[in-house]
Unconditional design. Sequence first.
Length: 363
Amino acid sequence: MPFRAEDVAKLFALDGEPMIAVPFGNGHINDTFFVETSRARKYILQRVNGTIFKDMYGLMNNIILVTAHIRQKVAESGGDPLRECLTVVESKNGEAFVNLGSDFWRCYVYIDNAITMQTAETPELFRAAGKAFGIFQNQLSDFDAAKLVDTIPNFHNTPNRYKNFMKAYEADACDLAKTAREEILFVREHADLCSLLTDKLESGELPLRVTHNDTKINNVMLDRATGNPLAVVDLDTVMPGLSAYDFGDSIRSGATYAAEDEPDLAKVKFETDLFDKYAEGFISECASAFSKEEILSLYTGSVLMTFECGMRFLTDYLEGSKYFKVHYPEHNLVRCRTQFELVKQMLGKKDELEAIVLKYWQK
Ligand code: GN1
Ligand code: MG
């Protein structure tokens, strides 16, 4: 019997008795609940997917270290740490999470009066999202990456993702390859893209930083009243990485008004204006001192993170959709198609998009 969120909430050191615990958000991996107590305090309770995150101690330790670092930065600059940083709520036993055998649960203070978006709602709000991730990167620029464990090894190792895709395609365990011929061909024809970033990391042309690695637009919280950046959430994959990963994954998920699973590809349009606004926000906060190589890698990262994510959706589809939550059997294939459509459009706009990142860097 799975545990009920209402019962699990009672195991945490909340202010008041939990009165409601209702499903919340749209994550593809963990299960999230909104909790309110008898003293009108609000929390986020999450069941973490232990099949995907195998080292829960390491993962929560990463989050505690990173949030402590950010909290101090926010306090030093006169901000409000409870609104501008995630705050972990301990269990009644003083632990950072509760281990219920098959499930791990953790709890955060809820950030009130904030908005989150599933897709960019306006260019201005997307610029604020760029600022939020730029601020995050900047806050962690002096954080010692050696203190962090890799919560998912090879997370943005695109050549490795390609190998996994090829294994799934060749095994074709669910006999689904015949339903995704065009998409499989697209991946194979673009295999050369995969190593563009990892080669430059290995050669030392791009620096390793501490990055978020899951900068989907719905992982940003903006102030409801002002639209200004508050905090970034979903810190499970904070690990050493490239700035191009963080910039790129936001562009993948936010530089279009279409949903990630829009079935009508005619509606999937890459918006140069949104790319421009995000670049302005991000670069102004953290990238003005980047080398030219690193600035140009932001474009490469946009293409690659979108290609990689599409390839991951396709791999999961071929393997029977065991990784990402799906609402219908072809859901991952539909998601993969939107990603590849965006890749095609971004590849056709290389010069224009590179000129945009250079413009804000040179400012
Ligand atoms: C997952 O959990 P969520 O929805 O924030 C995934 C990301 C993908 C994203 C695609 C740990 O993020 O890497 O880009 O779905 N997270 C993990 O929507 O695999
Ligand atoms: Mg998320």
